[in-house]
Design a protein around this ligand. Sequence first.
Ligand SMILES: [Zn+2]
Length: 184
Amino acid sequence: MKKLLNDAELFKLLLMVDTDLAQQAHANGCACCGAKLHRGNYPRLPRGGPVGDWRYSFCCSKCRKRNTPPSVRFLGRKVYVGVVVVLVSAMMLGLNPPRVTQLRRELKVDERTLRRWRVWWQETFVQSPFWKAARARFMPTLIEAHMPLCLVAAFGCNASAEVVRLVQFLSPITIGAFPGGGAM
Ligand SMILES: [Zn+2]
């Protein structure tokens, strides 16, 4: 998993997925009134990874409402790169303290942040309507106390394509309709 964090190809792939999601949203038009959307990307400054750019976003040409498509690069409203949140949370559960210390230094996140991520996965995420609707898809049943490691294991995540599938699965929670998403 360490290799994936430094894999520029993975992030290129995630950007491609986001571009597809954005094109789809643009083609669909405004979620409120169906009118044409104007591009209005806004800058993001993720602290968790190398994707220090912007998030796709659109503005309705008619009702002016902002339309932000799901993103596989950003989880919740916070600036952390989605894939880093997933992988680091998993690593934190699966790795020994020296390794966690090293990762934390590399990613510039403190222990409190890591703990908050774990609490988010094990308390907020598992209680969410998103997860309650999705968990039946997993056989055998995932042990929620082992989140997000068991989720990472279920998707494999040894190859970039598997990580992309996992973050695609999680992408509905990036559009702001996710209770607790902002608390991360
Ligand atoms: Zn509109």
